[in-house]
Design a protein around this ligand. Structure first.
Ligand code: HEC
Length: 174
């Protein structure tokens, strides 16, 4: 093999090496981007953007939206029952209404659905259920209508905070 041929072959080998390197880099970059996208999906859950009214839009199926809204109407009902019963000094009814929307009676949403919800949303939701439990327990233990009223005021701050921050937007039927 003369020198010129050897030189060409060496060059070709170096080129193949270079393009292998580039290929590896490309794969690394693509994998990196994929992990960033996956990680951000896990972190922000189903939020895909801001709705025109400025709130974060959580994309859910129509059935999931119906489930959440049904649970919401249950929360409003509990608030109303608690106010009326508390005004009448009926702390037993206050406790029953609070427990009905407490942790043990949370909505039947699947774990997969919960995992798609933004962390802030899940925290506020869980805290709300726990506060209803606490209100029920304290109503029984202390029998103080002032305390119930105070706790209900604080608890409904969660309703306001969540409604201010999030919207549920139904995707295609699924
Ligand atoms: C973790 C978040 C969160 C909390 C906490 C929360 N809500 Fe909601 N609620 C929502 C979302 C999201 C909607 C749908 C809003 C939309 O898509 O415009 C909603 C809707 C509702 C609706 C409308 C139901 C329907 O059928 O259209 C009612 C009533 C309601 N909430 C009551 C309450 C009450 C009362 C509380 C507090 C005791 C509460 N919510 C706490 C997130 C929350």
């Amino acid at each position: 093999m003369d020198k010129a041929v050897a030189g060409v072959m060496a060059n070709a080998a170096a080129n193949i090496d270079m393009s292998r390197h580039r290929f590896c880099w490309a794969i690394a970059v693509v994998l990196g981007l994929v992990s960033i996208v996956l990680a951000s999906r896990i972190m922000v859950g189903g939020v895909v953007g801001t709705s025109p009214d400025g709130r974060a839009a959580i994309i859910v199926t129509p059935a999931e939206r119906d489930l959440v809204l049904e649970e919401m109407r249950g929360l409003l009902e509990a608030v109303q029952t608690i106010i009326v019963a508390n005004n009448a000094g009926d702390l037993n009814t206050v406790a029953v209404a609070g427990r009905k929307v407490g942790r043990a009676n949370m909505g039947p949403q699947s774990a997969e659905f919960a995992a798609r919800l933004p962390m802030g949303f899940r925290k506020l939701g869980m805290d709300t259920h726990l506060r209803f439990d606490q209100l029920a327990l304290d109503a029984e233990q202390f029998g103080s209508t002032e305390q119930v009223s105070q706790q209900l005021g604080e608890l409904t701050g969660n309703c306001v905070a969540c409604h201010r921050a999030y919207r549920l937007v139904a995707s295609d039927p699924g």
